[in-house]
Design a protein around this ligand. Sequence first.
Ligand code: NAP
Length: 252
Amino acid sequence: MKQILILGGTTEAYELANRVAQIPSYLITTALAGRTQTPKVPMGTVRVGGFGGVDGLVGYLREHQIERLIDATHPFAVEISRNAAIAAAQVGIPHLRLMRPAWEAVSSDRWISVQSLEEARQIIPEIARRVFLSIGRQELSYFIAVKTAWFLMRMVDQPQADVIYPNGKILVQRGPFSRVEERSLLQTYGIEVLVTKNSGGSATYAKLEAARELGLPVVIVQRPVLPDIEMVTTVEAAIAWILGISSRSLVI
Ligand code: NAP
């Protein structure tokens, strides 16, 4: 049996694990960081929690005789992607990144492109007082310092009681959300600007369509630079890479 490790936490990682787990002679393990209380659990083996840096990941790859490593983490998960590149090189196993393409603006979009959440925080006071902060839970604290704005924040898990968040309202909801739902949300809360990372993919794209329809600006944080390794953008291409065939000849 061939051991494959998928670094997960994304829809693509979930779909890839479910697809490859059904192929005989492959054993799939998906690694999740453990940030979400009730993650979507794919087929195959799932391990939860960090490895303990590069050394821990190297140890895991060797101990479990992993033959191929697929980094299907979120485009903004910089640390684990760097660790994976170093660890795979040290162990000497093939390593692939599966990453969905970035979103691109269409002509009617009013995007303000920034390089970091820090930059996003700096411009908010100049442009809006009511903000939909759609950046997940972990980095909301960046915006606590912005006292001139009210923030709508959406997250999958109930926030912890002892964590301080920016001034505003927290919605605990799990997507995907439709364009109509997102439009209604923006209108209900009188949102003037949307702040989001350029995550890509279809699951969270509706908020951008809703902002477009309402003519709202979007502060969009562009992706960080990740290690320069072999990359594919679709689950099919990742399966073909695992099987060592062209994705055109894939029939599963
Ligand atoms: P990160 O900053 O790149 O990683 C921080 C540490 O968390 C890593 O050094 C590693 O700990 C552990 N870790 C991260 N992903 C892991 C995984 N898939 N399996 C096992 N350990 C993992 O990561 P992050 O940005 O906090 O993201 C954490 C997870 O959430 C990732 O799986 C990512 O795909 C998902 N996610 C992130 C975002 C985002 O915007 N960043 C959005 C949606 C989903 P050790 O050093 O101890 O190994």
